[in-house]
Ligand binder design. Structure first.
Ligand code: GLP
Length: 266
C-alpha cells in the first residue's frame, strides 16, 4: 500500500491495465467478501471485468456476498433498453462475476421524483457502510462518472446534463446520436471521494490529455478527474498510450519498478 498520493502505474498493454486494476479489486474482496464495490460502465473498465471473470472462474474470488453501486445511469431511456446502465451492469458485471442481483444497485434514472431518488441513492451507499473500492474510467474531457466539467468537488448524486462531446462519444452504443439521452444521474464528486479507495483506468491516446490534466494539472472543477488528487488512496492504471501526456512518466515507472514485492499486486 502506498501513502496518501495518487499512485500512477504505467503498463504496456490494456490487458496489463485490466490485470493490475483487477488485482486491487480482488484483494479487497478476498479480504472482505461482503465488500462494497463502486461499478463503472464504459469501455475502459471492461478489461477489469474480463480479468475478474478469469479469477472467478479459477475459484480465486467470489462476489456472491459482495455489494455493488453503479456510478451513474442515463435519464430518459427505459430500464430494459440494452444500453441503460442497469442493463449494462447486469450483462457485464452481475452475471459474469456472479454478484447477487439484489445486492447491486444502479441509480434510478426513471424515478418520477429524480431529486429524491438521487438523495436516496447517496443514503443507500452510506447505509451499506460506504464504497470500499470505486472503479473509474475517465472521459476525454476529464469527466469521471458523468460529472462533466465544472462539476463541484462537493457534488452529490444528482441529475446532470450530458456534454455534447460525451453524447457524441457514447453514440457508438446507440443507433444514432439522437437516441443518446441528454441527461443522466451520477454519483457526485463528493460522493466518489468518500470511497475508501479509487482505481481509475484509462487506455489509448484519446485519454492522454485527460489523464495528464487529472493527475498532474491543477485541482479544477474544469477537470473533474483532478478531484482524485484530494483522495488519500487513489491509483491510476494506464497503458503507454494513455500515459503519453504525463510529465513525470519516468518517475512513475521508476517508483512502480522499485515497489517491494510485498506491496505489489498482480
Ligand atoms: C462514460 C461513463 C464514465 C466513463 C467515461 C469514459 O460515459 N459515464 O463512467 O468512465 O464516460 O467512457 P469510456 O470508458 O467508454 O471511454
Amino acid at each position: 500500500m502506498s501513502g496518501p498520493i495518487v499512485e500512477v502505474i504505467i503498463l504496456p498493454t490494456p490487458d496489463d491495465v485490466g490485470r493490475v486494476a483487477a488485482a486491487t479489486i480482488a484483494s479487497v474482496v478476498v479480504a472482505e467478501p461482503t465488500a462494497v464495490i463502486g461499478l463503472a460502465t464504459g469501455s475502459s473498465p471492461q478489461c477489469i471485468y474480463t480479468d475478474l471473470h478469469r479469477r472467478v472462474s479459477a475459484g480465486e474470488i467470489d462476489f456472491a456476498r459482495a455489494r455493488g453501486f453503479a456510478l451513474d445511469e442515463y435519464v430518459g431511456i427505459p430500464l430494459e433498453h440494452p444500453e441503460s446502465y442497469a442493463s449494462v451492469i447486469t450483462r457485464d458485471v452481475v452475471e459474469p462475476l456472479g454478484f447477487s442481483p439484489s445486492r447491486v444497485r444502479v441509480p434510478d434514472g426513471r424515478a418520477a421524483d429524480i431529486e429524491s431518488a438521487a438523495k436516496e441513492y447517496d443514503g443507500a451507499i452510506r447505509a451499506a457502510g460506504g464504497i470500499d473500492v470505486q472503479i473509474l474510467g475517465i472521459g476525454a474531457n476529464g469527466h469521471i462518472g458523468f460529472n462533466e466539467p465544472t462539476s463541484s468537488f462537493a457534488s452529490r448524486t444528482r441529475i446532470k446534463t450530458l456534454a455534447p462531446s460525451t453524447r457524441e462519444a457514447n453514440a457508438r452504443f446507440f443507433d444514432s446520436l439522437d437516441e443518446v439521452p441528454t441527461h443522466c444521474m451520477t454519483q457526485g464528486l463528493g460522493t466518489i471521494l468518500e470511497a475508501g479507495r479509487l482505481v481509475l483506468v484509462a487506455q489509448g491516446s484519446a485519454k492522454a490529455a485527460a489523464v495528464a490534466a487529472a493527475v498532474e494539472g491543477p485541482l479544477s472543477a474544469f477537470v473533474p478527474g483532478s478531484a482524485l488528487q484530494l483522495h488519500a488512496h487513489a491509483t491510476v492504471v494506464v497503458d503507454e498510450e494513455a500515459a503519453a501526456g504525463l510529465l513525470l512518466a519516468d518517475h512513475y515507472r521508476y517508483t512502480y519498478a522499485s515497489k517491494p514485492e510485498w506491496q505489489r499486486l498482480s
